[in-house]
Design a protein around this ligand. Structure first.
Ligand code: GDP
Ligand code: MG
Length: 292
């Protein structure tokens, strides 16, 4: 399967992101807790190097909690401030505190100079990680527009979410990194890449194969798969038979099977699944006499 992202889209996203980043004190990067590495794009590092930045592992309700813990330990070990997030009121409250805490240094610097500094933050991430949902949850219905500033348009407003924190209402779109085709395939599983860009049947068969490896019992039960050794198109046909996705004349409705399997996976109906293992946390390097 060859998954591509159009260079034109990438260039446009980058231009827009650079403009938006120029206006903020803090970047809130969102990635998907099921794919914490591949749903980030290291290209952001170059654009953001001098800015305060935090990371939210979103849709944590769909990931395996033990693995999310390992990811958080890994990120802590490389100096990335991260927390697991899902779009619940409880986690939203935690996220607000987390962001305010990250912004503290900037706030305190302002206070020392007698300025009640408001932190301006923006949300950044690849498509479908939950940016719009997160922003809406942060607003929590009590949207206070802050802006009679020039150039503030309806879709580019600063919204006050707490006394010291304003968030840009338009998230920054980061393009997915697709050089690695295994990562690209997994990004397609979670819906980061538009369905039109890849072959649905190949993608769905690949997802079913991965589900059979990761959670054989659940996958076999849900999709009525009798033979877990099946692969590719044979596997799709087995799902059609098992779930009754048949058209007139008994023809297999593989399109329907693909749509259902992908939708159900994206909605977490098959179960919590983290698609990527965290690297072993990096230990702080011990001083060595040899290096002195
Ligand atoms: N299970 C789950 N789904 C979520 C969560 N946050 C967002 N979603 C869903 O993920 C999809 C993409 O979310 P959206 O906010 O539009 O992502 P964006 O493209 O980054 O703005 C939507 O169907 C949301 O309902 C979450 O915390 N948990
Ligand atoms: Mg959105």
């Amino acid at each position: 399967m060859d998954i591509q992202w159009y260079p034109g889209h990438m260039a446009k996203a980058k231009r827009l992101l650079i403009t938006q980043l120029g206006k903020v004190d803090l970047a809130i990067e969102l990635c998907d807790a099921r794919l914490p590495l591949s749903s980030r794009n290291p290209a952001l590092n170059a654009l953001i190097s001098h800015k305060r930045r935090i990371l939210l592992l979103c849709k944590a309700d769909l990931a395996e909690p033990a693995k999310t813990k390992q990811w958080l330990a890994y990120f802590a070990s490389i100096g990335v401030e991260a927390m697991a997030y899902d779009a619940t009121p409880q986690k939203t409250k935690q996220a607000k505190l987390f962001i305010e805490n990250a912004a503290k240094a900037v706030i305190e610097r302002g206070e020392r100079r007698g300025i009640a500094k408001t932190i301006r933050a923006m949300v950044i991430g690849v498509p479908n990680v939950g940016k719009s949902t997160f922003i809406n949850r942060m607003y929590g219905g009590s949207v206070t527009e802050t802006g009679d500033r020039p150039g503030v348009t309806k879709s580019n407003r600063w919204v006050k979410v707490s006394p010291y924190l304003e968030i840009l209402d338009t998230p920054g779109m980061l393009w997915p990194k697709l050089n690695d085709q295994q990562a690209a395939t997994r990004l397609a599983y979670i819906g980061t890449i538009k369905d039109a860009v890849y072959n649905q049947e190949e993608l769905c068969a690949s997802l079913l194969e991965d589900l059979l490896k990761a959670m054989p019992q659940r996958a076999m039960e849900r999709y009525k798969i009798k033979n877990p050794e099946l692969t590719g198109y044979d596997l799709l046909e087995e799902v059609c038979r098992g779930r009754g996705f048949l058209m007139r004349g008994g023809i297999m409705d593989t399109d329907r099977a693909c749509a259902v399997v992908l939708d159900e996976f994206r909605a977490g109906k098959v179960g919590k699944l983290t698609l990527e293992e965290a690297p072993i946390p990096e230990k702080p390097r011990e001083e060595s006499l040899d290096e002195c």
